[in-house]
Design a protein around this ligand. Sequence first.
Ligand code: OGA
Ligand code: NI
Length: 351
Amino acid sequence: MGEVDPAFIQEPEHRPNLSIIQAEGIPVIDLSPIINKTLSDPSAIEGLVKKVGSACKEWGFFQVTNHGVPLSLRQSIDEASRKFFAQSMEEKRKIYRDESTISGYYDTEHTKNVRDWKEVFDFVATEPTVVPLTSDEDDDRLTQWTNKSPEYPPNFSVILQEYMQEMEKLAFKLLELIALSLGLEAKRFEQFFTKDQTSFIRLNHYPPCPFPHLALGVGRHKDAGGLTILAQDEVGGLEVKRKADQQWVRVEPTPDAFIINVCDSIQVWSNDAYESVEHRVMVNSEKERFSIPYFFNPAHNCEVKPLDELTNEQNPSKYRPYEWGKFFVHRMGGNLKKKNVENIQIYHYKL
Ligand code: OGA
Ligand code: NI
């Protein structure tokens, strides 16, 4: 054990439990009733809305099949990701992320980062992405994030953009289902995402880890934005904290399915009806793993607070409003710079 780099050892509460419950449980939802149709006839999708509602309530996570995203596109991005990460460190470092943006490549070994056993490439959906320069509430200055486009594999940026367009289409459909399941108008959330979205895609590569019992691919966390749409490969390793008993449950890879989770903003908009659930990634000593989360995030100036329709005297607002961009930048800044400092969390805004 003398060779274990202490930088990767996760504190005991972040480490894997030895007994992992295999996930029967996380609902798999067939989206065929809404694919290639608009949501104009609510009665045709009533069953679907119910399933989405109970998945959001009971798990905060679900998988979707028949989602309309072409398999060929998923294969292209998967292949491109594998080719990109297979390059030498020297090549990958050419597009190293600097502190002015989230886009680019980074590996946690060389970044003063959390202790995650992975390497990452981030790419923003809107170019440029406008965000606050700092998380300081008195500072109005804005900045722009642009992408660092890898030269290899060829067409990488085009594939990323095409894939993200599909992700966005799916995300808007899911938002409608979620809105309907809360008794809201189908398009209730759309306004937060139509202009100046801060969405981005992340390619994750988790190399085999020689000390998997001490490390994690990603330590436990909640996703901060609107929705996450995750493609995981056949290796598996994602675990979700089951709301019913707080046990970690493995999300078994389902071919061609996407894993969806509701993130912090939906928890706040819904005034805790749908909670953003903790999850983490296990590593293993034999197999490398790839995953591709798409983070569907609101505009930077979106004010996140419980919706009027979902609060009343019996169920008063549980959060004070915050600006999404400030929260986001605070969170990213924490990830980039500060090890062992607690990141900003929505409970800091609890009333
Ligand atoms: C994340 C995340 C899960 C995975 O990047 O926020 O939870 O399976 N990833 O890689
Ligand atoms: Ni996550």
